[in-house]
Design a protein around this ligand. Structure first.
Ligand code: NAI
Ligand code: A1CAB
Length: 264
């Protein structure tokens, strides 16, 4: 598979790292106006680093646009004459819908909207995928690529904004929960590094329990909350302070913001 990534900032370089770790390409073009984030991949076999987007498109079958929404239209305009019906165009740009890309490239092109998160760099992304009509038969290929880099879910395009909040922004939300737990642990007497490890491993254990047992979170909570014990005391206090409500309101605020970005 000949792949190009146009825009190798936070997300583009994370995707590149994941692809390189898996050796899941025959050639990989990494194109950015300032390709400093991927300089470290210069020596990797079959990887080319360039600031020539057209060259990257011409030498690839799958082109992943990992550009900020304000840049994507301009870049698509400059490469559109090189994009053929056999290219598979993927975009990770938040708030940029398929219709906007079709307006520039044409609805006859294979266009797939992909929403990964930065855990893609370690093969643990939750990635949502939606395609236009022309690109429907290319969805299995998108799944094949992104299943190597984590877990995928095919969703209707009208849920991609919501998926962006839950899965892409979600990384930041979970990080903040881990940090808050760390701060609590330090207050209770642990050194910062110990506190961090305790928080991260407990977070990892919680997610693993849900994945492996397939039980509902409340069932797992019931197994921890000894009657009149310390867990239910802490949990109820967190709820009195609005933990669930704060999370839900934050998710909704994030969703409202991404819908504004779509209009701008
Ligand atoms: N960072 C994240 O966790 C996630 C980001 N996204 C979306 O992915 C996209 C990229 O986000 P980030 O990587 O965080 O942004 P970023 O700003 O780190 O990376 C964008 C890259 O595009 C490059 N670029 C700009 N104009 C260019 C041009 N004309 N030609 C070639 N390269 C050009 C920039 O130099 C930069 O390296 C955004 O649309 C964002 O909404 C989606 C999911 C998660
Ligand atoms: O914050 C943002 O707008 C982008 C989209 C999801 C993650 N980063």
């Amino acid at each position: 598979m000949k792949i190009a990534i146009i825009g190798t900032g936070n997300l583009g370089s994370s995707i590149a790292k994941g692809l390189i770790n898996n050796k899941s390409f025959t050639s990989l073009y990494l194109s950015d106006r300032y390709p400093k984030a991927v300089k470290r991949f210069e020596e990797v076999e079959n990887v080319s680093i360039t600031n020539d987007n057209v060259l990257a498109v011409e030498n690839s079958d799958v082109v992943i646009f990992a550009l900020q929404p304000k840049h994507i239209d301009g870049v698509l305009e400059t490469v559109k004459s090189k994009i053929s019906d056999s290219h598979i165009i993927m975009s990770v740009a938040a708030g940029v819908d398929i219709a906007r890309i079709e307006n520039i490239l044409g609805a006859d092109k294979n266009i797939i909207r992909v929403m990964p998160n930065t855990a893609i760099s370690i093969g643990k992304s939750m990635t949502c995928i939606a395609a236009n009509s022309a690109g429907q038969d290319k969805v299995p290929l998108a799944e094949e690529i992104f299943n190597q880099l984590g877990t995928t879910m095919i969703i209707p395009e009208d849920l991609v904004q919501a998926a962006t909040v839950i899965c892409a922004s979600g990384i930041a939300f979970w990080m903040r929960l881990v940090r808050a737990t760390t701060q609590g642990a330090i207050q209770l007497g642990f050194e910062a590094e110990e506190a961090h490890e305790l928080a991260v491993q407990t977070c990892f254990g919680s997610a693993s329990l849900l994945i492996e047992s397939r039980r509902h979170p409340e069932q797992e909570i019931d197994r921890v909350t000894t009657p009149s014990g310390c867990t239910i005391e802490g949990l109820n206090e967190m709820e009195h302070q609005g933990l669930s409500s704060a999370l839900i309101q934050g998710i909704v605020a994030s969703f409202e913001k991404i819908n504004q970005l779509k209009k701008s």
